[in-house]
Design a protein around this ligand. Structure first.
Ligand SMILES: Nc1ncnc2c1ncn2[C@@H]1O[C@H](COP(=O)(O)OP(=O)(O)OP(=O)(O)O)[C@@H](O)[C@H]1O
Ligand SMILES: [Mg+2]
Length: 396
């Protein structure tokens, strides 16, 4: 029998008390141990022992957001779940921005609610295992296509692995992911296969679905077909990230262009963002918009690195112009290098193929931002399989 889940319930204004009670009554694993309406003394309420706090509301509600915030600040280790019937005034974003671990849209059966709460509690336990803090997650973003996100994500991952970090690289470009190609890996197992294998995402199962690169980086490859991509849900992604973060030192996520729902979910759970721009006015305009969007999402700019790719191109825009257009100085400059397209075709990132090149040095500078011990240039390594071969494997 499942362990009993001790629940503290509080209701914001307009919450449908009856609907919430119905969702919590009748499953023997659910026990409401504390209950309060329209809290005056939230401190006393939150002092009570319990495994999870449920905040009931009806849609968008500042009281709900304040309660979620209090609950998290009071006991950061205890998950908080928002419960509301579907509302026309949209509240999902508000709930997640306030820090809720999950949202339950009513009506749902007590069994469904119990399942969600168990998942949320297990996820928190996984994240806060003694002695093992959740690994940082770095999202590599660029609002425009073709700016070098995949190049940067792969080289950053390999540069971190070179300093003995246990790195997991996730290809979130679900429809057109090409990390496998860029690293010369054939997609024997992908994120889609992991999803088909079903929850829970225990370490053993996750590990079986990660493909190893010769640098030591472990890769979660994107689905190989667009129809498979549509099967990947935001909830699933959150679960996968939470589990991956308990089994490595750092998670790097390569993203598709733009702020798609899965990119927003990744930003929400990330600790750092690497925003990629290129030296042309269209890309820079989009980079500025991207930075502004992060700002609107309340993202701490301290944790955003601005990376300017192809930074030495002679296109009439200087790094100073960049600061003026984008509104901040780039943190890292990656030069254009003819060896880069070649290294991608060979499936060996430039940090490994040409460790003494300017581009490799720039990637190591970027890695310095996420690792404690800088490292000198290692000897070149030979790729074990070529990117072109990986492409052929993909078409099998
Ligand atoms: N610094 C560089 N020097 C030379 N070539 C580069 C450089 N950066 C990117 N490229 C070229 O641009 C191509 C596109 O880069 P990449 O695939 O990393 O972009 P992306 O932002 O991931 O694109 P998408 O939005 O389609 O996923 C690379 O295949 C490479 O050939
Ligand atoms: Mg890409």
């Amino acid at each position: 029998m499942a362990d009993t889940i001790r629940i503290l319930v509080t209701l914001a204004e307009h919450a449908d008390q009856r609907l919430i009670e119905q969702a919590l009554e009748g499953d023997s694993s659910l026990e409401v141990v504390g209950y309060a309406e329209h809290l005056d003394d939230w401190r006393q309420f939150l002092e009570q022992p319990g495994d999870v706090v449920i905040v009931g509301c009806y849609g968008h509600d500042d009281g709900m957001a304040a309660m979620v915030d209090h609950a998290i600040k009071h006991r950061p280790d205890r998950p908080v779940v928002v419960m509301s019937e579907a509302s026309p005034n949209g509240f999902l974003r508000q709930a997640f921005e306030a820090g809720a671990d999950d949202v339950i849209t009513l009506p749902q059966t007590p069994e469904q609610v119990a399942f969600t709460l168990q998942k949320v509690i297990a996820r928190r336990k996984g994240l806060s295992m003694p002695g093992k803090a959740a690994a940082p997650l770095v999202g590599v973003l660029g609002p425009k296509g073709g700016t070098g996100k995949t190049l940067i994500a792969t080289n950053l991952a390999v540069a971190l692995a070179e300093r003995d970090a246990n790195v997991v690289l996730v290809d979130l470009d679900l429809q057109f992911g090409d990390i496998g190609l860029a690293l010369g890996l054939s997609p024997e197992r992908t994120m889609y296969d992991l999803m088909k294998a079903g929850a829970p995402f225990d370490h053993e199962k996750l590990d079986r679905h990660l493909i190893r690169h010769s640098s030591g980086v472990k890769v979660l490859i994107a689905p190989t077909r667009p129809d498979q991509a549509s099967a990947i849900s935001i909830d699933y992604l959150r679960d996968v990230y939470a589990s991956l973060r308990t089994m490595c030192d750092v998670v790097i996520v390569d993203t598709p262009p733009g702020f798609t729902p899965e990119v927003i979910a990744t930003i929400d759970v990330s600790g750092d963002i690497c925003m990629v721009g290129m030296l042309d006015s269209l890309s820079l305009k989009n980079t500025k918009l991207g930075l502004e969007t992060l700002d609107l999402m309340g993202y701490d700019t301290e944790h955003v690195s601005l990376v300017l790719n192809r930074a030495d191109s002679r296109v009439g825009i200087t790094p100073d112009d960049v600061s003026t257009i984008v509104g901040r100085k780039p943190d890292v400059f990656i030069p254009s290098d003819r060896e880069i397209p070649r290294s991608i075709n060979e499936g060996t990132p430039i940090v490994a193929a040409k460790p003494n090149s300017g581009a490799a040095k720039a990637f190591r500078d970027l890695a310095d931002r996420y690792a404690k011990t800088p490292v000198s240039a290692p000897a070149p390594i030979q790729s074990s399989s070529s990117g072109v071969r990986a492409l052929i494997g993909r078409r099998r």
